[in-house]
Write a protein of this length. Structure first.
Length: 124
């Protein structure tokens, strides 16, 4: 279960590159790190470049959506996830966006390219 997080702090946002294997427990650690990083840096805009391999099972995506609500993930942290494989037929980030939107998290969106993600983040 290896993963790597690379962080670049920009003036008004934090750019985070994720690599490694995608597993549910790793995802929970990563989402906790988003909270810690945003609070520590006092920046509420995160640009996530998701280069992780493997997809979560559908049930795991549903469980993570419920877990984000259970931990009361902050709704003031704006997160734009860039997934270059977003348009593939089966994509856990795309499904995950639907799941979390249905749980009231409109502060987290998934994009296929950086320009669209940055444009959305700049609206806040």
């Amino acid at each position: 279960m290896n993963y790597h997080i690379e962080v670049e702090n920009h003036q008004d946002l934090i750019k985070i590159k994720l690599t490694g294997s995608r597993k549910k427990e790793i995802a929970k650690r990563i989402w906790h790190s988003f909270i810690d990083l945003a609070q520590k840096e006092k920046i509420n805009k995160l640009l996530i470049i998701d280069k992780m391999k493997d997809d979560l099972e559908i049930i795991e995506v549903l469980e993570l959506g419920n877990w984000l609500k259970e931990i009361n993930f902050p709704r003031n942290i704006m997160i734009a996830v860039i997934d270059p494989n977003l348009l593939s037929k089966i994509n856990c980030n795309s499904f995950g966006e639907d799941v979390i939107q249905n749980r009231g998290y409109h502060n987290i969106r998934v994009f296929s390219d950086e320009d669209s993600a940055l444009e959305w983040l700049q609206t806040f």
